[in-house]
Every structure is written in structure tokens, then in C-alpha cells.
Ligand binder design. Structure first.
Ligand code: SAH
Ligand code: SF4
Length: 355
């Protein structure tokens, strides 16, 4: 028996929708209209689509599935950060975060931090998502869906709301779900959709070396953040198990190649703990990054229960920063957002599931 494949509507580019309309004998410009309803106006159901006839919609519904994520829970921080917990169609839960949102400053940037996988196979020892293990990859429709559903929710109180920036820094390792992440980027960038500039999107990776090179070749516009956290293999092995497969020498070679191809600065993320925020570590980091196009972003670790990680005091952070700056390295400190709502990746889902 031939079973017709049901396509996820939110995962289709405009060209693909035009092609589906052609196959179904529907006027091709309906494909563009459908794309705009889904990707720009962020509708959650077929019933909200108004300028396409009922019979055409019926035909399209026989081939395509429009699934919006189920909004389970929302937390709002005093600083404007909002954290969302969504349930997927198969019951899995993911989190995403809207940063810097305030109605008063409507023209400011509104960044969404999206998840790319349910859980994560890398298993970093400081990360709530890593502690949970890997469940599955998200489809491109589910990745884009987080941005669309947040847009829909916020527009109910602020009709002009528009997401301006995306960071792939939620649950999961984006470069281990490469094809779906790249398609999600194309969808979010599309001028008939959210039209978010490539340069306003950043992928964060724990260091999947072959994919860093591939990304530089496939999409040199999108930003890259590398979660470094330590400048010595013995220490990094214990924080990020992936380091045993792709140790620092290979990772830094890939970063140099990435900068050579893209001419773009890499952001090196360094989570500071009470143990690693020392002069020696800062000096090792300065040596590792010498001559590399990029800058360092320092993040005080978000303590996750069961990891034993604690934050350093501010004196230690200042000392660490000073060593890097003296070595001529550009340093920024990630302003802490949403600390009162457990905005670190994977924390809300854990609380919600009660483990
Ligand atoms: N898997 C990718 C992207 C998701 S994690 C990566 O590892 O880069 C996004 C960022 O949050 C990474 O820099 C990660 O190291 C950091 N992170 C995870 N848990 C954290 C915690 N408890 N405190 C501070 N940063 C954390
Ligand atoms: Fe995965 Fe990133 Fe968490 Fe490491 S920090 S376990 S790579 S999500």
C-alpha cells in the first residue's frame, strides 16, 4: 500500500510550498501566501489563514501538517527575560528563552535562544541538559516553531513584536543536528518570513570539529560561538567529554580555518567556576588564543544541582579578566539574565519534571 508522506508545514521553504501547490493543482502563488501566513504572521492553526479558499486549504491539509508547540509553562524574570517550556507532539519537552524583552523599548533587539535537540549526547558535567542524556533531534519545523510560537504569544499583548536575533544556545548541540539547524536558519532568514539577518544568528558549539569547517563552507554569514571553558586538555576532558575526540589542538586549528574562510570573529565562551577562575587558567587561555580572530565571553557558571559547580567571587573574575586584557585579548562578560528563573539551559525542564 502506498502511504503518502505528510509534510511538516513549518519546515517548508517558499519554493517547496510552491512546488507542493503545483503538484496538487493549486495556483502557485498560494505557496507564497501560505509561507507568509506560517512564517511571517506565525499562525498556529489552518483556521487562521484567511485569503486562501476553503477547498484549497482542504487539499493542502491532506498533504501537510501544521503543528504548533504546546505552551506548558512560562516564567518571567524581573529583567525582562522570559523562559518558555513547550511540549512537542510526542510528549517531549523543550525550553527556549526570550531575552531583553520590554514593551517600552520596542525597537531594541529581541533575542530568542532556541533548542536544537531534546537532551544532548555530549554530557558536559556542568550542564543540566547534558545530565539528562540524548532523546532525539528536533526537526527544522520544531526549531523554527519555537521562534514562531514565542512571536505568536508575545504579539497577543504587543502586536508589533518581532524577533531580531537568534542564538542556538538552548538544549542540545546544534552541530550534531546540522541539516535541520541549517534549514531552520534558511527559514528564519527568508525575506517572506521572519527575515532575520544571517549575521544576527549565532550557533554555539562544544567543538564538533568537522562540522565547524563544514559550517564555514556552507554558511559563512552566521556567527559562531565555541564553548571553550578550559584551555588545557586535562581540564577540558572532564568538563566536555567531546574534547577526548576533538582535543584543543584540533579545535583551534578548525577555528583558525573557520576565520580564514569567513573572516569572522569567533566568540569563545568560558564558564567560570570557583575552581577554574585562576591566574594560571587565564594565562593558559591567553596562550591558546594568541593570534586567533575572536573574543572571549566570560560567563559565571549557573550552578546546577548535582554538578558541584560553584561561582567564583567578583575579585577572581576581575583578576581573570585582567590577565586576558593584558595579553591583548578582547573580553566581555555575559550579563546575567534570568537568574531568578533558572534560565540556564535545561534547568526549567528538570524542575518541571521534578528530578
Ligand atoms: N551545545 C552547545 C549549545 C548549547 S549550550 C554548546 O555547548 O555550546 C549553550 C551554552 O551554555 C554553552 O556555552 C554551554 O557551555 C553553556 N552552559 C551550559 N550549562 C551551563 C551552566 N550551568 N552554567 C553556565 N553556562 C552553561
Ligand atoms: Fe550539550 Fe552544550 Fe550542554 Fe554540553 S553544554 S551537554 S554540548 S547542550
Amino acid at each position: 500500500m502506498y502511504i503518502m508522506e505528510i509534510i511538516e508545514l513549518r519546515g517548508c521553504l517558499e519554493d517547496e510550498l510552491i512546488e507542493i501547490c503545483r503538484e496538487l493543482g493549486i495556483k502557485q502563488f498560494r505557496g507564497t501566501q501560505l509561507f507568509q501566513w506560517v512564517q511571517q504572521k506565525a499562525v498556529l492553526t489552518w483556521d487562521e489563514i484567511r485569503n486562501i479558499s476553503k477547498s484549497d486549504l482542504q487539499t493542502l491539509r491532506s498533504r501537510m501538517h501544521l503543528y504548533s508547540l504546546k505552551h506548558v509553562h512560562e516564567q518571567r524574570s524581573k529583567d525582562g527575560t522570559r523562559k518558555y517550556l513547550f511540549r512537542l507532539e510526542d510528549g517531549e519537552m523543550i525550553e527556549c528563552v526570550l531575552m531583553d524583552y520590554s514593551r517600552k523599548s520596542a525597537r531594541d533587539r529581541h533575542t530568542v535562544c532556541v533548542s536544537t535537540q531534546v537532551g544532548c549526547a555530549v554530557g558536559c558535567t556542568f550542564c543540566a541538559t547534558g545530565l539528562e542524556g540524548f532523546r532525539r533531534n528536533l526537526s527544522s519545523a520544531e526549531i523554527v516553531g519555537q521562534v514562531l510560537d514565542i512571536t505568536h504569544l508575545v504579539r497577543q499583548e504587543d502586536p508589533d513584536f518581532q524577533v531580531t536575533n537568534i542564538v542556538f544556545m538552548g538544549m542540545g548541540e546544534p552541530l550534531l543536528n546540522y541539516d535541520h539547524v541549517l534549514k531552520a536558519i534558511k527559514l528564519l532568514n527568508h525575506e517572506q518570513g521572519q527575515a532575520i539577518g544571517m549575521r544576527r544568528m549565532t550557533i554555539s558549539t562544544c567543538g564538533v570539529v568537522p562540522r565547524i569547517i563544514q559550517l564555514a563552507k556552507d554558511n559563512p554569514q552566521v556567527g559562531l560561538a565555541v564553548s571553550l571553558h578550559a584551555a588545557q586538555d586535562e581540564i577540558r576532558n572532564n568538563l566536555i567529554p567531546m574534547n577526548r575526540r576533538y582535543p584543543l589542538a584540533l579545535l583551534m586549528e578548525a577555528c583558525r580555518e573557520y576565520s580564514r574562510i569567513t573572516h569572522r570573529r569567533i566568540t569563545f565562551e568560558v564558564a567560570l567556576t570557583a575552581d577554574n577562575t585562576r591566574r594560571e587558567e587565564a594565562a593558559a587561555l591567553a596562550r591558546l588564543l594568541k593570534g586567533q580572530l575572536g573574543h572571549v565571553n566570560l560567563i559565571p557558571v549557573n550552578p546546577v544541582e548535582g554538578t558541584g559547580m560553584e561561582r567564583p567571587n567578583s575579585e577572581k573574575i576581575m583578576e581573570f579578566t585582567q590577565v586576558l586584557e593584558d595579553a591583548g585579548i578582547a573580553v566581555s562578560s555575559r550579563e546575567e539574565r534570568g537568574a531568578d528563573i533558572n534560565a540556564a539551559c535545561g534547568q526549567l525542564r528538570r524542575l518541571w519534571e521534578g528530578d
